[in-house]
Design a protein around this ligand. Structure first.
Ligand code: SF4
Length: 349
């Protein structure tokens, strides 16, 4: 079984963020939240050992995670992957030691930009050098560590690419690279569409972003990180097992505010230990398709013989359009296809 745990607390809201998170929480509120999660883990979690655990958010390490780590320790399968997302400002030796002692063995640090002006505009609260120092500390404790980056933020220039050379000595095991999605609920959206527009550069064009994503991918390949999913690159053997499990259609429990889960045909949201029978149950066909289609996002590809109806024809049409390749019955995204994967998935549903 796989477990995702969501933490909704952040120091403040980053400009581009529309995730389920909020600033301004108190220490007491965060401690009560962790205590509730720990109680659910002890009393309500299905008995199957956990093969992967992922703490995301939000900013998990704003909370004292020790009570939850204690509750989870006996539930971990031997060799389980246990990831925690860290904000560079979370990184201290004390926090890293607590995580390591609690069974965590993988860190994903949100760096987002290597440009100090952009980091400032994003309201991330650190500089490139702060992030570099933080990641160096992370590597003292965790060899299996990586970062997230965003491409396409307003003000980004072609200097983005030489800047990435600064990552060459970081010892990245993993890197997730996302193109900026301008969410209507984000402060950035309001800034770009309202009074702040004049003071802010527009984001680079889609074509420019695609070129930059391709250049970042080439740079990461030079560092030995291979693309194994649309946005994910890893040193071989360091792919995120938790994310791969969900893309490959396995069950996962989603615990906490803002967490989604998939257990059999049940789909949960914001699960805090309630009776699972109270949640939505999807049809057998929806369940089958959901578990199947996300394989297209990965290097594994999608086996056309598993599709019904006109699914194979849709894949073939997209292959002819240069968006997919075919190897026997397996279809995989081309570089161009990775950029329009959601549209292909929509056609297949
Ligand atoms: S981007 Fe991450 S750190 Fe920033 S507000 Fe959103 S969840 Fe919090």
């Amino acid at each position: 079984m796989n477990l995702y745990v969501h933490f909704p607390f952040c120091r403040a809201k980053c400009t581009y963020c529309a995730l389920h998170s909020r600033g301004g929480s108190t220490a007491a509120e965060r401690a009560a939240y962790v205590a509730r999660l720990a109680a659910v883990v002890r009393d309500r979690l299905p008995a199957t050992p956990l093969e992967t655990v992922y703490f995301g958010g939000g900013t998990p390490a704003l909370c004292d995670l020790a009570p939850l780590l204690d509750a989870l320790a006996p539930r971990l399968a031997p060799g389980a992957e246990f990831t925690v997302e860290l904000h560079p400002r979370d990184v201290t030796r004390a926090t890293l030691q607590t995580l390591k002692d609690g069974g965590v063995n993988r860190i994903s640090m949100g760096v987002q930009s290597l440009d100090d002006d952009i980091l400032k505009h994003m309201a991330r609260g650190y500089t490139f050098h702060d992030a570099e120092r933080a990641f160096g500390l992370v590597k003292d404790y965790f060899d299996n560590a990586g970062i997230d980056l965003i491409v396409g933020y307003p003000g980004e220039t072609a200097a983005l690419l030489p800047r990435h050379a600064r990552l060459a000595n970081w010892g990245l095991a993993h890197c997730s690279v996302y193109s900026l999605i301008l969410e209507e609920q984000s402060r950035l959206f309001r800034l770009l569409s309202g009074d702040g527009q004049a003071a802010l550069d527009q984001p680079p064009s889609d074509e420019t972003v695609l070129d930059r994503l391709a250049a970042v991918a080439r740079f990461l390949a030079e560092l030995g990180l291979q693309r194994y999913e649309i946005s994910s690159y890893a040193v071989p053997g360091r792919e995120c097992r938790h994310n791969l499990a969900t893309w490959r259609g396995e069950d996962y429990i989603g615990l906490g505010e803002g967490a989604h889960g998939r257990i059999g045909r049940i789909r949960t949201q914001n699960w805090m230990g309630e009776d699972l029978a109270a949640f939505e149950q999807v049809s057998e066909e929806s369940d089958r398709m959901e578990r199947l289609l996300f394989r297209l996002r990965t290097r594994d590809g999608l086996d056309a013989t598993l599709l019904r109806g006109d699914g194979q024809a849709v894949l073939e049409r997209n292959r002819e359009a240069g968006l997919l390749t075919r190897d026997g019955t397996i279809y995989r995204l081309t570089a161009r296809g990775t950029e329009v994967c959601d549209a292909i998935l929509t056609e297949l549903v």
